[in-house]
Design a protein around this ligand. Structure first.
Ligand code: PEP
Ligand code: MN
Length: 266
C-alpha cells in the first residue's frame, strides 16, 4: 500500500496547518529529551518566532545504557502538551511500546517510532490503528526494503499518515555517529508515495555537519529536516555532542533559508 506503483500521487501529511510532502520543506526542531518545562519552553519560543509549527522532544528515551537518563515518561508528555497549547506547536514524540500509546494519544500530535523500534511490529500495528500521523525512523541497520516494509505494517492497519525519516545507518565509518544514506531519500520517494525527512542530528552526531547535511537533504528532495536544539547543550541529559544551542539554531535556520531562496526551493 505504500508503493508508488499502487498510488502515483504524493501522500500529503497535514500537521498543524503544514502540508508535509507538498513540495515545500518543513522542519522539526526541539530537544533530544524533555528535561523540564523551562528547557522545552525556551526552545519552543525560538521555534515559534521562526513561524515554524512543530516541536520534537523525547519523553521515553531508548538509551544504549540502562544507567543513562531514560526520559521523564508521562510527566514529559504532560510538559509537551502544555507547550503545545501555549506555543501553538504540534508535538512530535517517540513512543516505545504499544502499552503507552493510548495515554500518549492524548498528549502528542505525531507518534515517532524510533530507529530501535523500526521492526517492533506490534508497535507499528498499534500506531497504524490510530488516526495520528506517524514519523517512522529508519532502523540502525535496516535496508531500504525493510524500512518500506515497516511503513507497510502501519498503513496495513489503515493509517496512511506516515513520514519516513532517514537517520543514518551503521557502517564501518567512525568519523560520524552513523552514515547518512542520502540516496535513500530519492529512492524512498521513487518507491513510495510517502513524505521523507532527514534527521541530521542522529545521522551525523556532529554539530559541524548539521548545516551541510540539511542543505544536502533539501537539495536532494527531502520533504523535511529534523534537528535537535537545546538551550544549554553542554548540560543536556542526552546527545550533548550534537544538539544546537539557540544562537546556533538561529544561524543554522537563517543560513538554510538563504540557501533555499537561492535555489528557489519553495
Ligand atoms: C530521537 O529522535 O530522539 C532518537 C532517539 O532517534 P533515533 O531513533 O533515530 O536514534
Ligand atoms: Mn537525540
Amino acid at each position: 500500500l505504500v508503493s508508488r506503483k499502487r498510488k502515483p500521487e504524493d501522500t500529503i501529511v497535514n500537521i498543524n496547518g503544514e502540508a508535509i510532502g507538498s513540495g515545500e520543506p518543513t522542519f522539526v526542531f526541539g530537544p533530544c529529551a524533555v528535561e523540564s518545562y523551562e528547557q522545552v519552553a525556551a526552545v519552543a519560543a525560538s521555534i515559534q518566532s521562526k513561524g515554524l509549527k512543530m516541536i520534537r522532544g523525547g519523553a521515553y528515551k531508548p538509551r544504549t545504557s540502562p544507567y543513562d537518563f531514560q526520559g521523564l515518561g508521562l510527566e514529559g508528555l504532560k510538559i509537551l502538551k502544555q507547550i503545545s497549547k501555549e506555543f501553538g506547536l504540534a508535538v512530535v514524540s517517540e513512543i516505545v511500546t504499544p502499552s503507552h500509546l493510548d495515554e500518549a494519544l492524548d498528549h502528542i500530535d505525531v507518534i515517532q517510532i524510533g530507529a530501535r523500534n523500526m521492526q517492533n511490529f506490534e508497535l507499528l500495528k498499534a500506531a497504524g490503528a490510530t488516526n495520528k500521523p506517524v514519523l517512522l525512523k529508519r532502523g540502525l541497520a535496516a535496508t531500504i526494503d525493510e524500512f518500506i516494509n515497516a511503513a507497510e505494517y502501519i498503513i496495513s492497519k489503515g493509517n496512511d499518515q506516515i513520514i519516513l525519516c532517514e537517520r543514518g545507518i551503521r557502517t564501518y565509518e567512525k568519523a560520524t555517529r552513523n552514515t547518512l544514506d542520502i540516496s535513500a531519500v530519492p529512492i524512498l520517494k521513487q518507491e513510495t508515495h510517502l513524505p521523507v525527512f532527514v534527521d541530521v542530528t542522529h545521522s551525523t552526531g556532529r554539530r559541524d555537519l548539521l548545516l551541510p547535511c540539511a542543505k544536502a537533504a533539501i537539495a536532494i528532495g527531502a520533504d523535511g529536516v529534523m534537528a535537535e536544539v537545546h538551550p544549554d547543550p553542554a548540560v543536556a541529559l542526552s546527545d550533548a555532542q550534537q544538539q544546537m544551542s539557540i544562537p546556533q539554531f538561529d544561524e543554522f535556520y537563517e543560513t538554510l533559508q538563504k540557501f533555499m531562496k537561492s535555489y528557489e526551493i519553495h
